[in-house]
Design a protein. Structure first.
Length: 246
């Protein structure tokens, strides 16, 4: 009989060996509050070196990473937050900030829309943000553009010439980054929210014309005292998505 997975709250506090593969996967969550404690550059390079072992079709390794820290990180945060505020004040400006690829479907259907809503309602419920409280919703959404106060921001790009399959490769690399971070006592939050502001981000980090923003990511030491980090998302059991063909 298959044993059920431990609840995330138990995993985060009871993992004995955070460097083990299963422990890293089970204790990973999207942290939305971080300590200000800096992350050593050698640690960042080490985990990226390990993550680079991700598989990719014919070993193309399509990933490029831009690491933001210190004053430059803060400057990008200021620029994107200002743009986010401007779009909220004048929705007509949103056309200036179109994402390069569709991260989400054009039309939502069950069960995906149900899971999306449960995630949003659950997060806002933990934070005490009521339905229709646009000011607090805007504030919480803008936390993305502050890297949730993480001291390290990562921006991931890919050359536009690459095919759709390279995004599959990229996903495996991103997962490696997150798991390697856990093995070093760090947490992350992968963020597609940045994609709308690629025309600000790409020139800021020095990306070339042929590059496309894939996503951003917050990296640092999770603030375990923050209420938002008690939020847990549900996962379907393996029996729900596995089909045996015998």
């Amino acid at each position: 009989m298959t044993q059920p997975a431990l609840p995330q709250s138990q995993v985060q506090t009871a993992v004995a060996d955070p460097s083990s593969v299963d422990a890293a996967m089970l204790s990973r969550f999207s942290a939305r509050a971080f300590e200000s404690r800096p992350v050593d550059r050698d640690v960042i390079m080490d985990l990226l070196q390990v993550a680079g072992r991700a598989p990719s079709g014919t070993n193309t390794q399509p990933w490029k990473v831009y690491v933001l820290q210190g004053a430059r990180r803060d400057e990008l945060v200021q620029k994107v937050c200002a743009a986010h505020d401007a779009v909220t004040a004048d929705p007509g400006l949103a056309a200036q900030y179109a994402e390069a690829y569709d991260y989400y479907p054009q039309q939502w259907v069950s069960p995906y829309i149900d899971r999306r809503r449960a995630c949003g309602f659950g997060l806002y419920g933990v934070l005490g943000i009521g339905k229709g409280d646009k000011a607090r919703m805007h504030e919480q959404h803008q936390r993305n553009f502050k890297f949730f106060d993480a001291p390290v921001g990562l921006m991931f790009t890919i050359d536009k010439v690459m095919g759709r399959g390279s995004l599959l490769d990229y996903g495996m690399f991103l997962q490696n980054v997150m798991l390697a971070a856990r093995a070093r006592g760090l947490h992350t939050c992968p963020q597609a929210a940045w994609n709308n502001f690629a025309n600000i981000i790409l020139p800021f980090v020095g990306a070339q014309e042929q590059e496309m923003l894939v996503c951003g990511m917050a990296l640092g030491y999770a603030d375990t005292s923050a209420l938002v980090n008690t939020f847990e998302t549900e996962r379907e059991p393996a029996t729900a998505f596995t089909h045996w063909v015998e």
